[in-house]
Design a protein around this ligand. Structure first.
Ligand code: PGA
Length: 220
């Protein structure tokens, strides 16, 4: 059975109260039979500690990811969270999401710096690309193909097109795992994960609800 990545991206949503509720909800899910799936939740920095302690307390097979990393090491960079700090809470980090490229002017050069520092701190990298031509720095672990039109729109790409983009990326960048993101939900997840060249999904909106996220895991 191929390995699948199921990666929730909470974006800038949720408070500590919501985390407790989400964990209560996901705790009802029976994870047995899903051992070949790497289940990851990428949460806001303010929630990582709580998420980490609840996941360990309840012994849930969920890894933690951050959604951003400073392009600098520790130092006088007000408001930034660096790789060493992230590593205390998370195994993964998302780099290159289109929302960061668009709203925070992150360029390919900045993204390359972030990837380098994430690697130096032993973080695994989920690198988002918007098409098969987006530059991909060396050493990323998972590439997420996320076409902009599909994000938050309820209008996903077709599984056929997503697979053909995944094929091009695998050939071009030699990356082992390519996942798809953009309006993934329990009802359509299997149409993507059943494609040979697609190694998982990155749901945003649907990951906020523990019931939907559970059904994404079970339907994948
Ligand atoms: P969506 O977001 O599932 O809400 O479309 C995906 C993403 O932006 O990672």
């Amino acid at each position: 059975m191929k390995k699948l990545f199921i990666i929730g991206n909470w974006k800038s949503y949720k408070t500590l109260f919501d985390v407790n509720e989400w964990i209560d909800g996901i705790s009802d899910f029976d994870f047995s039979g899903h051992e070949s799936k790497e289940i990851i939740v990428c949460a806001p920095f303010t929630l990582l500690l709580q998420l980490k302690s609840l996941i360990s307390e309840k012994n849930l097979p969920i890894k933690i990811g951050a959604q951003n990393i400073s392009p600098f090491e520790e130092g006088a960079y007000t408001g930034e969270i660096n790789g060493e700090q992230i590593k205390e809470f998370a195994d993964y980090v998302i780099i290159g999401h289109s929302e960061r490229r668009a709203n925070f002017s992150e360029t390919d050069e900045v993204l390359e710096k972030k990837v380098k520092l994430a690697r130096e701190h032993g973080l695994k990298i989920i690198f988002c690309v918007q098409g098969s031509d987006t530059p991909i720095p060396e050493g990323v672990d998972v590439v997420a193909y996320e076409p902009i039109f599909a994000i938050g729109s309820g209008n996903p790409d077709t599984p056929e097109n997503a697979e053909s983009v995944a094929k091009k990326i695998k050939e071009r960048a030699g990356v082992k795992f390519i996942i798809y993101g953009g309006s993934v939900k329990p009802e359509n997840v299997n149409s993507f994960t059943s494609k040979i060249l697609i190694d998982g999904v990155l749901p945003g909106g649907a990951s906020l609800d523990p019931d939907k996220f559970s059904r994404i895991i079970s339907n994948s």
